[in-house]
Ligand binder design. Structure first.
Ligand code: F3S
Length: 108
């Protein structure tokens, strides 16, 4: 599967969803997750993300390994619905885009 990493948190640019052929993105308040049961590993979303938040599982940086389980967990939350059309980033996305360690900011 492919995995959305912490770089997405508090940004949520949403460019990624337009290109997904299987509609595997799920939307939370300030993060998108990939449903690992739906992702077909096509990788077309990777270059679309302005903050390079998306990785193939096997290419994940060592400090983002926890995001594999978190993507799967969040994708199962009933409130996290499918998103298939770009809607623009969160209002303060640019202020957060280069911020490291954003996990504490994640909202469910
Ligand atoms: Fe997040 Fe990047 Fe998509 S910031 S919503 S993974 S375009």
């Amino acid at each position: 599967t492919h995995v959305v990493t912490e770089a997405c948190i508090a940004c949520k640019y949403t460019d990624c969803v337009d290109v997904c052929p299987v509609d595997c993105f799920r939307e939370g308040p300030n993060f998108l997750t990939i449903d690992p049961d739906e992702c077909i590993d096509c990788a077309v979303c990777i270059p679309e993300c302005p903050v390079s938040a998306i990785y193939a599982e096997e290419d994940l940086p060592s400090d983002q390994q926890h995001m594999i389980a978190l993507n799967a967990e969040l994708a199962r939350l009933p409130g996290w619905k499918s998103i298939t059309k770009r809607k623009g980033p969160l209002p303060d996305a640019d202020a957060h885009k280069d911020q490291p360690g954003k996990l504490p900011l994640l909202k469910r």
